[in-house]
Design a binder for this molecule. Sequence first.
Ligand code: ADP
Ligand code: MG
Length: 633
Amino acid sequence: MEIEPAEEVKEPPRIHRLDEPVVNRIAAGEVIQRPVSAVKELVENSLDASSTSISVLVKDGGLKLIQVSDDGHGIRYEDLPILCERHTTSKLSKYEDLQSIKSMGFRGEALASMTYVGHVTVTTITRGQLHGYRVSYRDGVMENEPKACAAVKGTQIVIENLFYNMIARRKTLQNSADDYTKIVDLLSRFAIHHIDVSFSCRKHGAARADVHSVATPSRLNAIRSVYGLLVAQNLIKIEASDHDPSSSVFEMDGFISNSNYVAKKTTMVLFINDRLVECTALKRALEVVYVATLPKASKPFIYMSITLPPEHVDVNVHPTKREVSLLNQEVIVEKMQSVVESVLRNSNESRTFQEQTVEATPSVPSVTNNDLHLSPSPSGSKSQRVPVNKIVRTDSSDPAGRMHAYLYKNPQKYLGRDSSLTTVRSSVRQRRNLKETADLTSIQELINDIDSKCHSDLLDIVRQSTYVGMADDVFALLQHNTHLYLANVVNLRAGVKKASVETHSKIQLLGIFCSKELMYQQVLRRFAHFNAIQLSEPAPLQELIMLALKEEDLDLESNENDELKKKIAEMNTQLLKQKSEMLEEYFCIFIDSDGNLSRLPILLDQYTPDMDRVPEFVLCLGNDVLQMEWHGP
Ligand code: ADP
Ligand code: MG
């Protein structure tokens, strides 16, 4: 057995204070993590200074040089000595001011931080001065007295040799991709939000600017000049607001891409109270909406500006934390989702109509798009270049417009000759919802029950789908937007349940639609107001019931019970005859005094029930009425 060596007796290490510059450099490295974070701080300072023009010059991805020039109000001469000290700011004096702060800076940390990790030179002139001043800073303090110099209106801040004293940071940055693209991206975002400011961003030595925007009253113009025509022409305006303090208070406006905009990745430009931020939850939520509604254009371009009461946004987050935290975030995200969803649905519809009008189908109505200036122009636009058979998922060998045969089958039959599809739809909807129901509370309760269980997305899919054809005896193909759905037309309930479980993801909604459930709902809605099918010859109930009973017994091959069957048939017929008045009034089932069935209700227009199954139906009817007699409804 080995004896363990006696433990070395160790004194606890001494605790000592870090040198001030070390502390500051550590803090600065957190505030200014990369060149792009420095640019953001500088540009935000320029915006806070009410500039109308901001230009950025970058050398070596920002490591060699970042220069931001603006035409803002400038910095007072007497403030220059403390300009780059930590926690010096002109934007906040009391803690309470944080509640209502409108500026982008407030902590007075950005400029100070830059002086700990780079060489900062400020040139500035205030209004009414004959000349400006230039001064350099290092580690929070002026390196020299401000020197008088010639200057143009505003402030120019230059940062050289960023991270010169942070070897590891510099190395990682040098090895990774250049920050210049990030800086261009940042300026692009600012440019489409602050449309009253002109922005430019240029690489040192380059003749052309990579971002060049001029102040414009039109956001769409700004987007066009920064992101290009292809983006701008495929955008839809969105707006939403809520002023209900019990749920959420916000105002939102923006632009979102339509189904023609196809990109490799999502661009989400989000401003909350004019602050450029990121909100991953919102971005993901909107992507989900796109995947579900426009799967082919599932990587959207989104510009959104949200205004919230200042007290609902936690501004006191770390300056580099672009991720925001909001009060009522979930409610707001959900609201945005539904706004985007309905806008996309509508735009998708109007787009389809536009395509239809192009085709020479006289019966096809045209729907005017009141958003024409935003929608892609029909001539020469991208949508024209994509062949129609590639957009709509049908057999590409089908001639374009073939689907319309299903959509517009004899529209005159129902409505006037030049009725538009929307009228067809709304009238169908109206007919469905007509308060044609008898005023029976029991019926109304059942209808309410159905309506309350209704899954809105699924309803939308079913309502707005186009019937493509039967895939087999059970499944029908329906098209909704760019999705094809296999709908089980016999059995529905399972499908509805499945869909409601998936409400949250909203992807993969299986539109399933069933005759059983449909018939049931139709009966409730048409209760006491059915149209009738007249049987060519009245059919004796007793014989029908006999037929049904025999069919039931077929497998058993027992014919000895014929007597019993006759009895049952007789009883049921009597019963139905007794109830004929009620059956007639409520269900439009006509039974004459001789016990003959002469009329059946129409549950669904244009649908003729299978007459071979009338015996079965009558038998069931008899049994059900009998049960009601015994147990009550
Ligand atoms: P903050 O923006 O949080 O106040 P900064 O360190 O970014 O802190 O800036 C400190 C102060 O310097 C600002 O409050 C502002 O008064 C002044 N300042 C910075 N940049 C500019 C600029 N481009 N134009 C005018 N004033 C500026
Ligand atoms: Mg600032």
